[in-house]
Write a protein that binds this ligand. Structure first.
Ligand SMILES: [Zn+2]
Length: 416
C-alpha cells in the first residue's frame, strides 16, 4: 500500500469517528436549535428537482421531513443555516454503484475479501458518497450490502440510503427456471431490486447472453414479487429483449442504436447510460485492475473505444423524445465519492442541458427507484434529503462538486 492511500485511510477513519460522534445521539449543532427542532436552510435559490428554480427561497425541515419550501422571509423560525451564493437541491441519487468494491492491501482490485472486510469498505464507500452529496445509492450489488444497508437504517452508522440487489443473475445462473428461482431466493433474502446480466461486458464485445424467454421469465418473476429489474445490456439485441420483457431499467447500453432507444422510450424503460466515470476511473487506476479477470490490455483497448462510442450513443439518447435518462455512474473501486464527475462529463462532453442532468440526478432517478413520492424532490412532505452546493448548477454543473452541506433524513452530515 502506498503512503498516500494509507493517509487517506487514516483520514477516512477520522471522518468516520467524527461522523459517528456527531450522529451518536446528544451531539448539539453549532447554532441554538429551535424548541421544536426545526432547521431552516436558505441560499440564493432552491432547485426543486423537477425543473423548478425558486430564487430567494429556502427550506424548513422538522422530524426528518420537509415542512416548507418558501421565500426566505416566509419560512418558520428554527436553527438557521444561510448559504449566500449557494443552491439547495434534493439529495443526489446514483442509480448504479458497487458499494463494496475496493482495493486490497496490495493496491490491486480486491476479489474474495472476507465479508467483514467487504462490509467495512462498503461503509467507507457509503460515507465517501454521502459526503459528496449522494444521499441515495443503488448498489448492483453484493450480499454484504444487505447488512450494511440495515446498519445504516438503524441510524447510527452514517451513510446514504442504500438500495441493493444483493447479487446478480446471468447466463451462469442457468435457464428460465433457475433464473426464476434465483429471483425468488434474492427476494426472500431481502433484495430491493434484481440485477440481470443480459449481455457480455463491453470488454469482450457486449453481445447478448440471455434469450427473450429467459428475460421474460426473470423480469416477470421480479415484477410478481414487486421488485424492479436493472439489466446490464450493452448492445441493441439484449436491451430490446429486456425492454420487451418489461424490465425496469437498461444499464450501460453503450452500443444501442436509434431503433432500440426509440423502443425504450415507447415502453417507458429507463435508460441509465454510464458515459464517463466508469471508463475514466478504470484508466486512472489501470495498474490496479490490469491482469485481473477480463481487465486485460485487450479489455482496456475495448474500453478506450467503448468510451467514445458510449458518448456518441448518449448524444443519440438525448435527441430521443420521451426517453427517461437517469443518472448512474457504475462506481467501482476508486470512484466512490467522485460520482458528480459523471454529471460534469454529461454536460461538458455529452452536451446535456445541466438542468436536465439535475432532474436525472434527483426526481427522475427517484421515480426509477419507485421512490418518486419520497425523495428526489424538494417539496413539503418529502424526506429531508438535500444538499447545498456553492454556485448554480444550471449554469455551472461543476457546482455539484462544491458541496457545502449534506442532509439525509433531516440530519446534517460533515462534508469535505
Ligand atoms: Zn455495474
Amino acid at each position: 500500500m502506498t503512503e498516500p492511500s494509507r493517509l487517506r485511510q487514516f483520514s477516512l477513519l477520522a471522518v468516520a469517528i467524527a461522523v459517528a460522534a456527531a450522529c451518536g445521539g446528544g451531539g448539539q449543532p453549532a447554532a441554538e436549535p429551535a424548541d421544536d427542532g426545526t432547521v431552516v436552510l436558505t441560499a440564493d435559490r432552491v432547485v426543486d428537482g423537477r425543473g423548478g428554480v425558486l430564487e430567494g427561497h429556502g427550506v424548513a425541515v422538522r422530524d426528518g421531513r420537509i415542512v416548507a419550501v418558501a421565500p426566505a422571509a416566509d419560512l418558520p423560525a428554527g436553527e438557521r443555516h444561510d448559504f449566500p451564493g449557494g443552491t439547495i437541491l434534493p439529495g443526489l441519487i446514483d442509480t448504479h454503484v458497487h458499494l463494496s468494491w475496493h482495493f486490497g492491501e496490495d493496491g490491486k482490485l480486491a476479489r474474495g475479501s472476507a465479508p467483514e472486510t467487504e462490509a467495512m469498505h462498503a461503509v467507507e464507500n457509503g460515507i465517501r458518497m454521502l459526503e459528496a452529496g449522494f444521499t441515495t445509492v443503488q448498489s448492483l450489488g453484493a450480499p454484504v450490502d444487505g447488512p450494511v444497508r440495515d446498519a445504516v437504517n438503524r441510524g447510527v452508522v452514517p451513510g446514504p440510503r442504500i438500495i441493493t440487489t444483493l447479487g446478480q443473475l446471468s447466463a451462469r445462473t442457468g435457464g428460465a427456471d433457475e433464473l426464476v428461482a434465483e429471483v425468488n431466493r434474492l427476494a426472500d433474502a431481502g433484495a430491493d431490486a434484481i440485477k440481470i446480466f443480459a449481455s457480455e461486458s463491453i470488454r469482450v464485445g457486449g453481445g447478448p447472453t440471455l434469450s427473450q424467454g429467459e428475460l421474460d421469465a426473470a423480469c416477470g418473476a421480479a415484477n410478481e414479487r414487486g421488485l424492479r429489474t436493472l439489466v446490464h445490456a450493452h448492445g441493441p439485441v439484449s436491451a430490446a429483449r429486456a425492454s420487451r420483457a418489461g424490465c425496469t431499467t437498461i444499464e450501460h447500453g453503450a452500443l444501442l442504436d436509434q431503433e432500440t432507444l426509440d423502443l425504450l422510450a415507447a415502453n417507458g424503460t429507463f435508460y441509465d447510460p454510464n458515459t464517463y466515470l466508469i471508463f475514466q476511473n478504470y484508466f486512472e487506476n489501470k495498474d490496479r485492475y490490469l491482469g485481473i479477470g477480463n481487465y486485460t490490455e485487450e479489455g482496456f483497448a475495448a474500453m478506450e473505444s467503448g468510451m467514445v462510442r458510449a458518448m456518441e450513443t448518449f448524444g443519440m439518447a438525448l435527441a430521443t423524445g420521451g426517453l427517461k435518462i437517469v443518472f448512474g455512474t457504475d462506481a467501482v473501486a476508486g470512484a466512490h465519492g467522485q460520482n458528480a464527475r459523471e454529471a460534469v462529463a454529461r454536460v461538458e462532453e455529452g452536451g446535456q442541458d445541466p438542468a436536465d442532468v439535475v432532474v436525472g440526478l434527483t426526481s427522475l432517478a427517484a421515480e426509477s427507484l419507485g421512490l418518486g413520492d419520497e425523495i428526489g424532490t424538494l417539496a413539503e412532505g418529502y424526506a429531508a434529503d438535500l444538499v447545498v452546493v456553492d454556485g448554480d448548477p444550471a449554469t455551472d454543473i461543476g457546482a455539484l462538486q462544491r458541496v457545502r452541506l449534506v442532509m439525509r433524513d433531516g440530519r446534517i452530515h460533515p462534508t469535505r
